[in-house]
Design a protein. Structure first.
Length: 187
């Protein structure tokens, strides 16, 4: 019995999001995150980078298991056509972009903060799904995923992951550099 890839993807996104939110709210690790990382934008950047890396690793493992026929997994197919996971990533990125433009999650209510975190998590997931197949959309060749050209996807993921990390952990420095008055007061 094969489990349709679309169900795996939906379950995966739901599970990753739920687990990260539960860890944030019910564990000592979540308490440390709340104490050490300011809510906006650093915590959102942190959440995006965590979901990005978890998704990238999980998708690579899933595709490897499908390719090598390990487990009950199968590709997402509609009408006999393989739907690559970059499609789902692009859709998530479009939804996140629209939500950001619509100012979703910018208020101070608990629901707004939750929406803000869901957008950050979804952005990381969507970016990982999209960039994991960077070699495919760069070369317009599905065979590029596991080929030598597939290294381009890994390079894109590493560079984007580094950018997310710089944004998450470097935001206080960037803010300090952007506000000359703050530099004088901090000496």
């Amino acid at each position: 019995m094969h489990i349709a890839g679309s169900w795996i993807l939906l379950l995966f996104i739901t599970a990753v999001t739920a687990i990260i939110l539960l860890v944030l709210h019910l564990t000592k690790a979540g308490e440390i995150v709340h104490q050490q990382i300011p809510d906006r934008p650093q915590r959102r950047l942190f959440l995006a980078s965590v979901s990005f890396f978890i998704t990238f690793l999980a998708v690579r493992l899933l595709v490897a298991s499908i390719t090598h026929h390990i487990g009950p997994f199968g590709y997402v197919e509609m009408g006999g056509r393989h739907i690559h996971h970059l499609v789902w990533g692009i859709l998530l990125l479009l939804i996140c972009g629209y939500a950001e433009i619509a100012d979703a999650g910018t208020g101070d209510s608990s629901m707004s903060i939750l929406v803000s975190r869901l957008i950050a998590l979804s952005y990381g997931i969507g970016a990982a799904l999209t960039l994991d197949e960077f070699a495919l959309w760069l070369n317009l060749d599905a065979a590029a995923y596991w080929s030598r050209q597939g290294r381009e996807s890994i390079d894109a993921v590493v560079l984007f992951g580094a950018l997310l990390g710089i944004g998450a952990w470097g935001a206080p420095i960037f803010r300090w550099l952007a506000h000359p008055g703050a530099r004088k007061n901090s000496r």
